[in-house]
Write a protein that binds this ligand. Structure first.
Ligand code: G5P
Ligand code: MG
Length: 218
């Protein structure tokens, strides 16, 4: 779609809309969406070795060990080859950011800031289709048929880590570990922050930002 390969990272608290905004970036700019959470959940669903290792961490709101994530995510990035992408959920701490920098040049970091009370309210109504990573929200983007995925008609499920006590833990952990990641990218001058409480308000700003950024690239 564009001559230059554009490598983007999207950062934001659990439930801040990373998956939602990434999907709009895919539809509008044709980037690939590489989501660590989707990859882990697909592996849990298929009961792979990776899935068996990751499950206990995810269901309790803890981070999956770095060595597993680094290998999985760098492997996926290599697999997709020379294509523009948006990384969602990775890097998740400074160590992962450093490992990523060792093999990839990141052009832009999109930082979503949404208030915690808005997030806690949202995730109660989240339903997902694990094989594809498609995400719905009752009253925001409802599936056409209640409880069924729009594309496949397969059943939707709620995430194990969307229980209120686990969401609170994930939000606390996020604030603690992502600050150094943000600082790391701010030092490199590539962070742009988008604040709001509705993805529909945030998206036009992200779209404009990416259009301008891509346009300026040689
Ligand atoms: P994930 O999967 O990376 P999180 O916690 O970073 O999970 P999450 O929960 O997937 O992020 P999101 O993608 O930011 O949130 O948000 P979303 O799904 O788009 O939106 C949330 C809900 O709100 C959806 O239902 C959506 O439809 C709705 N919504 C969006 N916008 C609006 C709006 O404007 N209004 C309303 N009403 N609704 C809206 O990571 C999960 C776990 O995997 C492990 C960890 O254990 C992690 O906890 N993991 C890693 N571990 C170590 N290292 C890594 N790099 C790891 N990556 C994942
Ligand atoms: Mg997500």
């Amino acid at each position: 779609m564009y001559s230059k390969i554009f490598r983007t990272v999207i950062i934001g608290a659990p439930g801040s809309g990373k998956g939602t905004i990434s999907e709009l970036i895919v539809q509008t700019f044709g980037f690939l969406h590489i989501s660590s959470g989707d990859i882990l959940r697909q592996n849990i669903m298929n009961n792979t070795d990776l899935g068996k290792k990751a499950r206990q961490y995810i269901s309790s709101g803890r981070l999956v060990p770095d060595e597993i994530l680094n290998k999985t995510m760098l492997g996926r990035i290599t697999e997709v080859g020379n294509k523009s992408y948006i990384l969602d959920g990775f890097p998740r701490n400074k160590e992962q950011a450093e490992v990523l920098a060792g093999s990839e040049h990141i052009d832009a970091v999109i930082n979503l800031v949404v208030a915690h009370d808005v997030i806690i309210d949202r995730v109660k109504n989240r339903w997902i289709h694990p094989p594809s990573g498609r995400v719905y929200n009752i009253g925001f983007n409802d599936p056409r048929v209640p409880g069924k995925d729009d594309e496949t008609g397969e059943p939707l499920v709620q995430r194990e880590d969307d229980k209120p006590e686990v969401v609170k833990k994930r939000l606390q952990l996020y604030d603690k570990i992502m600050l150094p990641v943000l600082e790391y990218y701010k030092d490199r001058g590539i962070v742009t922050t988008f604040r709001g409480s509705r993805s529909k308000e945030i998206w036009p700003r992200v779209e404009l930002f990416l259009r301008e950024k891509i346009h300026k690239c040689p």
